[in-house]
Ligand binder design. Structure first.
Ligand code: GDP
Ligand code: IMO
Ligand code: MG
Length: 431
């Protein structure tokens, strides 16, 4: 049975957590390959809501292993808090979680450095302020601290002291008044608690595959936030796209058997950056309210807009989607007409590929087609035949225009509020 990647096809918050949790009962291991606690993956199990940040959504299935891969950046304090929250709710985190010894560590001075760049006039990305970017900068700059170093007391003392000194010098040069606190002893305490879960996860995953186990790879953020393929510089600092799944886990690309994109039936974005199909009007507000489009990490209102075909075609191309899961269809239930962005124009000319330059993206004029709404509740529908005709027509339109199969549709936040299209490639891949 194939190992699969599930990842965001838009700008994040597509409903990956719900889908990964749903699919994870067919897998032995769920692994996160990039990002950090900038992610907020919401999963409802009955009346209980979980918001997973660093820990893979598979943790909610008893007996499954959840792995934080080497491509993730780990804030030990945030991880300890997440573990405590889950354990209070009866999840066996200590027995189910493994953390890569090659994953890089986020420390308070990373947040201090991030404030400098976010506060610079005209430079704000609208980040989650979790220190994600600066931690990846240190990784690429070859001066980062990894989990293997954190759990080695002597080495961590040395590396932390030096790196903190360097960061404070930078901060002082920028006139930053609020410097980071010395957390050395506090973090040595976290290291002691995390040590038993830290290991060589690339070996663990490859041994598991040899033993016939099946792995689900969980993306964070979304393809348009990928540092290479997204709307740079308004992106996160990691490879959220499928290419990042192999480097971020140590699972060879040849062992990945399927790539599943998750997309809302519309689209949202948090933070700054271009957004061609954004709706600043009443309908956009309706989606925000109806879809409860407020950040699960920062609580910020999400910007809302319409399903964007050129964007989906682009993300399908760079990821190699086998199938698409369309979520939050129910949020469109009340609309009389639903706009879909079917093309981009710049200066009256159709744009054939996703513009790379910020300037071009800012100039994009979206071309909309209006599709009839269905004006009846689809909430909780779990069979394709039970969807109203116009909803099926809407989904067919997305599928045909984007040239990606719609293999599954989500009609509510809970596990059972989902349908898998019978005979779809996705149904085959899930087995
Ligand atoms: P993620 O970051 O991709 O995991 O997505 P988030 O958890 O940040 O945001 C998705 C939100 O939509 C969560 O509050 C989910 O509970 C909710 N959700 C997921 N699928 C559906 C759906 O089909 N319908 C509705 N109404 N809500 C959904
Ligand atoms: P999930 O996994 C939506 C956005 C931030 C900001 C940009 C850079 O829940 O889909 P960062 O803190 O990563 O340096 O911020 O990326 N962003 C997300 N937007 N969903 C996410 O995660 C996001 N993680 C980061 O809002 O625009
Ligand atoms: Mg989210």
């Amino acid at each position: 049975m194939a190992n699969l990647i599930v990842l965001g096809a838009q700008w994040g918050d597509e409903g990956k957590g719900k889908i990964v949790d749903l699919f994870s009962d067919r897998f032995d291991i769920v692994v996160r390959y990039q990002g950090g606690h900038n992610a907020g993956h919401t999963v409802w199990v009955g009346e209980q809501k979980y918001v997973l940040k660093l820990i893979p959504s598979g943790i909610l299935r008893p007996g499954k292993l959840a792995v934080i891969g080497n491509g993730v950046v780990v804030d030990p304090k945030a991880l300890m808090e997440e573990i405590a929250t889950l354990e209070k709710l009866g999840i066996g985190v200590h027995s189910q979680l493994r953390i890569s010894n090659r994953a890089h560590v986020i420390l308070p001075f990373h947040r201090m450095v991030e404030r400098i760049s976010e506060d610079a006039p005209g430079k704000a990305i609208g980040t989650t302020a979790r220190g994600i970017g600066p931690a990846y900068e240190d990784k690429i700059g070859r001066r980062g601290i990894r989990m293997a170093d954190l759990v080695d007391d002597t080495l961590f003392r040395e590396l932390y002291t030096q790196l903190r000194k360097d960061k404070r010098t930078i901060a002082a040069a920028f006139g930053v008044k609020q410097l980071d606190e010395d957390v050395l002893e506090e973090y040595l305490g976290y290291a002691a608690k995390l040590r038993a879960m830290v290991c060589d996860t690339a070996s663990l995953l490859n041994h598991a595959m040899k033993a016939g186990q099946r792995i689900l790879l969980e993306g964070a953020q979304g393809t348009m936030l990928d540092v290479d393929h997204g709307t740079y510089p308004y992106v996160t600092s990691s490879n959220a796209a499928s290419g990042g799944a192999a480097t971020g886990t140590g699972i060879p690309p040849t062992r990945i058997g399927g790539i599943i994109g998750v997309s809302k039936a519309y689209i949202t974005r948090v933070g700054a950056g271009p957004f061609p199909s954004e709706d600043h009007g009443e309908k956009g507000e309706l989606i925000r309210k109806g879809g409860n489009e407020y950040g699960s990490v920062t609580g910020r209102p999400r910007r809302c807009g319409w399903f964007d075909v050129p964007l989906l075609k682009y993300t399908a191309m760079v990821n190699g989607f086998d199938s698409l899961v369309v979520t939050k269809l129910d949020v469109l239930d009340t609309l009389e007409e639903i706009p879909v962005c079917v093309a981009y124009k710049i200066g009256g000319k159709t744009v054939e590929s996703m513009p790379a330059s910020q300037g071009d993206l800012a100039k994009v004029e979206p071309v909309f087609e209006m599709l009839p709404g269905w004006r009846t509740s689809t909430f909780g529908i779990d069979r394709l035949e039970a969807l109203p005709d116009q909803a099926r027509r809407y989904l067919r339109f997305l599928e045909e225009r984007s040239e990606v199969e719609v293999g599954s549709v989500s009609t509510g936040p809970e596990r059972n509020q989902t349908l898998i299209v019978p005979g779809s490639k996705l149904a085959g891949l899930l087995g």
